[in-house]
Design a protein around this ligand. Sequence first.
Ligand SMILES: [Zn+2]
Length: 292
Amino acid sequence: MTYIIIDLEWNGAYARRTRGYFNEIIEIGAVKMDDSLQLVDSFHAVIRPVVSRKLSSIVQDLTGIEEEELEDGMPFSRAVSQLRKWITDPEAVIMTWSTTDLIVMLENCRYFLREEHIPFMNRYADLQAYFQNRMGTGSAQQISLGKACEMLEISDQELDLHRALDDSILSGKIFAKIYEAKSFEHQTFYADSEFYRRLTFKVSVVNDISSEHVKISDLRFSCEDCNRMLNRIGEWRFRNRAFCADFLCRGCNRKYTARVQIKLKYSGAETNRTLIPHAEEIAEKESKADDL
Ligand SMILES: [Zn+2]
């Protein structure tokens, strides 16, 4: 088995051709690891940007890459074909730290190669997701490469964080420390059409209260104090990416604002409900309690 870990640096630019924001890859770094998780080879390519020659100051500050350095770079298409030759093994598992790099790679393949798939990839694993899974950190918050190194006590002192090759070397060290055959198999996917549908799926928020994704039970709340069903005393409004409405408990006179957010994910609709008691109601209640 061959494991390939890829890291990218890119520059945000406005692309006239697609009339939109585009993350143009300017550097590819990769490491190759064998069955025994030894780092056996590395790959590095600097790419001369064509969508925008001007590097954003954020990218310059973060990576330390200079515009002059990119002038000597190669076209993206050549970098990809060199990378493909370097990978050699068509069954190699390609990894990136979070799918962000993978999505950017796909966007660049679409833009420059007019390919709908990443030409050098048949199998993929998200190393960040695998790390979080192995460390039991949950998936709510994404953990940065630097933080992961810290957690595993991997020194990044002699390496340049945010340069593609050094970041891929660090990722390789992380992989070697956390790898376990069975759990890794569950994290590895074939890059078929379903994989790409999932990868490029855009999560959206339901903004129409009459949508089929809004269930009646999503819009019903009961009092936190007396458990009685609350009465809605205002219209549902869509605000801050969620439906909001005021409610009243006829039992204890308590007022609430309910917030319901319904996200459409690839796996289906996900509903988040919160009930916020009104402050003055609490104050009133507390002062009543004081009187007693
Ligand atoms: Zn009540």
